[in-house]
Design a protein around this ligand. Structure first.
Ligand SMILES: Nc1nc2c(ncn2[C@@H]2O[C@H](COP(=O)(O)OP(=O)(O)OP(=O)(O)O)[C@@H](O)[C@H]2O)c(=O)[nH]1
Ligand SMILES: [Mg+2]
Length: 251
C-alpha cells in the first residue's frame, strides 16, 4: 500500500481533493482507500474507508477534560497514536494500492506535533509521500505566496518525506493571477521582483535573504495547479505520486 498524506492550510481543499483524486485514480486495475485522520471534522465530502472518529471521541474529550476546541483537537491527535495498529489492521484488510489520507484542518496539529509524523511512518511502514496544498488565495500577493512557501518548507522539514506541492482551488483564480502565479513558479526572478517591490525599506534585506534561500532549496518550480472542481492538475498529481512510489524515493 502506498500512502499520500494530504496536508495544507485550513480550508485549502484537502478533504475535497481526497474525494476527487480517489475518483480520478480508481480504476479496475488500481484500488484506492481513504483514511480520515481529522478527529474533529463534522462532515466530509466522502465516506472514509477508515476513520479516526471511530476510535477517538472528540466530543467526549471536550466533556471529560473540559477542554476548549483546540485543546480537544490536540488531545485527539495525540490519542490517535494509540490506535495506529487497529487502523493499520483495517487498511490491511482493505488492501488498496493507494491510500489517500485526510489530515486535520489546523495543519500544525498534524504537521508540527510528533504524533503526526509518528502516525504517518507507522501506518505506512514508511511508504508514504506528503502532498502540501497551498490555497490559491495565497497567490493574491507576493508576500502571501512567500509565506506559504515557508509553510511548505516547514512540512518538508518535519516529515522529511518526498513532497508534492499544489496550488489548490486554482479554478478560483482570475486569468491574471493564474498567469502571474505560473510565471512566479517558472521563473523565481519574477517572484523576487514583485516580492521586493511590495516590501518597505527595513524588510527588504531580510525578505530577500528568505526568498533567496527558498529559491536555492528549489521549492519553486514544483507546484502543480489543481482543482477538484474542474479536475485540472489531478492527472499530474497522480503521476507525481506514482513517480515517487515507483522511483525508490520512499521513506
Ligand atoms: N472552487 C473550488 N472550491 C473548492 C475546491 N476544493 C474545495 N473547495 C471548497 O473549499 C471549501 C473547503 O474545502 P475542504 O475540502 O473542506 O477543505 P479542507 O482543507 O479539507 O478544510 P479543513 O479540513 O477544514 O481545513 C469547501 O467549501 C469546498 O467545497 C476546488 O478545487 N475549487
Ligand atoms: Mg478537511
Amino acid at each position: 500500500m502506498k500512502f499520500a498524506f494530504l496536508m495544507g492550510t485550513a480550508g485549502s481543499g484537502k478533504s475535497t481533493l481526497v474525494l476527487s483524486l480517489s475518483e480520478r485514480i480508481s480504476s479496475p486495475e488500481v484500488s484506492v482507500a481513504t483514511l480520515n485522520l481529522d478527529p474533529g471534522v463534522r462532515w466530509l465530502p466522502y465516506s472514509p474507508d477508515v476513520d479516526i472518529r471511530d476510535y477517538v471521541d472528540y466530543d467526549k474529550l471536550v466533556e471529560d477534560y473540559k477542554l476548549g476546541p483546540n485543546g480537544a483537537l490536540i488531545a485527539s491527535v495525540d490519542a490517535s497514536v494509540n490506535h495506529i495498529q487497529e487502523m493499520k489492521g483495517e487498511m490491511e484488510r482493505i488492501g488498496a494500492d493507494y491510500v489517500l489520507v485526510d489530515t486535520p484542518g489546523q495543519m500544525e496539529l498534524f504537521a508540527y506535533r510528533s504524533a503526526g509524523r509518528g502516525i504517518a511512518r507507522s501506518l505506512s511502514d514508511g511508504n508514504y509521500c506528503t502532498v502540501f496544498l497551498a490555497d490559491s488565495i495565497f497567490l493574491n500577493r507576493p508576500s502571501d505566496f512567500v509565506s506559504v512557501l515557508l509553510l511548505s518548507c516547514s512540512v518538508q522539514a518535519r516529515f522529511y518525506a518526498p513532497q508534492i506541492n499544489c496550488i489548490s482551488k486554482c479554478d478560483l483564480l482570475t486569468r491574471e493571477l493564474y498567469e502571474r502565479g505560473r510565471l512566479w513558479i517558472e521563473d523565481p526572478e519574477y517572484l523576487k521582483d514583485d516580492f521586493l517591490s511590495e516590501q518597505v525599506d527595513l524588510q527588504i534585506e531580510f525578505s530577500e535573504r528568505v526568498l533567496d534561500a527558498l529559491i536555492e532549496m528549489g521549492v519553486l518550480g514544483e507546484f502543480i495547479f489543481t482543482s477538484s472542481d474542474t479536475g485540472e492538475g489531478l492527472d499530474d498529481l497522480y503521476a507525481q505520486i506514482q513517480r515517487i512510489h515507483s522511483g525508490g524515493e520512499d521513506q
